[in-house]
Write a protein that binds this ligand. Sequence first.
Ligand code: ADP
Ligand code: G6P
Length: 471
Amino acid sequence: MPDTAFDLVIAANRLPVDRVSHPDGSVEWRRSPGGLVTAMESVMPGREGAWVGWTGQPGDSADAPFEHDGVYLRPVHLTDEEVSEYYEGFSNDTLWPIYHDVIVPATFHRTWWTAYETVNRRFADAVCGVAAPGALVWVHDYQLQLVPAMVRERRPDVRIGWFDHIPFPPVELFAQLPWRKRIIEGLLGADFLGFQRVADARNFVRAARQLGGWTTRGDTVTVADAEGVEHRTVRAAAVPISVDARGLAELAETPEVKARAAEIRESLGNPTTLLLGVDRLDYTKGIRHRLKAYEELLVEGRVKPPEVTFVQVATPSRERVNAYAQLRSEVEGTVGRINGEYSVLGAPAVHYLHHSYPREEMAALFLAADVMLVTPLRDGMNLVAKEYVVCRTDLGGALVLSEFTGAYHELHQAFVCNPHDIEGLKQAIMHAIEMPEAQKRRVMRSLRRRVMEHDVQRWAARFLANLTGEL
Ligand code: ADP
Ligand code: G6P
């Protein structure tokens, strides 16, 4: 299929589906992991756009474009070396830690930066190949921060937006990056930059002023042309992402999902309290802190299986990056220790599931859980928190939410915690378990109202209105 011209072009590191090759040579396409895909997957169908992205597998040339849910997918290839240097290296071992408060140290390699530039150029070329004259180009996330300027260079006719799904770091941390000015220049190729929180947008504007010397005013940065004549402004503003609230709420209301939720509880021995955690296995998610708090509650006898049990779903992620491999072995060691100590026959203290599940199963898990534990040390938004509350059409359940998530800024009526404060985290969990039902329902009602009104469709519309200058 030859590339054709589209009025809306998405560029994200991943396509919405991952290529999975089986030993018999057959190929299967599976939904890609993470919040970015969850969100965009709900806003793209029906928009007649193109999506430029990687298939999740190394290869020396790109797969042919194909259609998926009415969207034209234009694969970009990454060689083995690029997967290791651009994706695992620069994106996830340099930028990811810097953008998440350096929870683990960042690694700097000049060869990784070179690979990042090369791959960003390949994405930009692919975008230029599918964008119609005057198209809207919507670039996503930290993996593609050079793409806006690279596209503008070749295609001054298109309008370019970039959305940051993760936090944008304070200038003191961003300053550590040897390539900081090049990244700011890359982003300033856009017309509009969207962030999860006001603080993230401000961090960017401050970095442009202090590290690059650009003129800034409020939420805008003024960009000069090659002759130094100031000729363009770029706006940086908060447009917090959300979930497909109506779609999920409807799914949670189906008899199949309700029956499955009851079945899950039954298979766990109908506990009085089911605690649930659902995360990519990432050190930003505070899984270790959560387990520590739970273990201490067990030690102190404040919770006890089989009456209380904890299900932790931890999807494998970025497994060849050291910090992730280390996290996995620590988490699995801790789960093993807790279970050895506190499980009773037929009733483990922790059920640890290292799998991906279909949407229906996720909705059933949310519906089954009495307390949802969302305890990141830093998270751009955290869609799981929003998914949980919209699935609770019954107004049941309770959300324990870290104040270091973007979601906290919209859902501060939740059982808020600072995950570094283990004592405080334990109290938040106990409070969520013990609060009288009627009071919990009131909390849940107000959390749901917020997310139902600010859903992913509204987020996409707001982003695009900002991009086209209507807002
Ligand atoms: P991140 O983007 O950092 O992974 P988010 O919470 O924002 O974190 O988004 C995660 C998305 O992935 C959510 O839509 C969540 O439902 C989904 N998800 C997480 N774990 C699983 C799993 N084991 N199976 C299927 N979907 C999952
Ligand atoms: C987060 C990032 C996304 C990323 C996702 C999954 O949501 O913001 O850009 O796609 O995690 O991570 P992965 O490295 O598997 O793409």
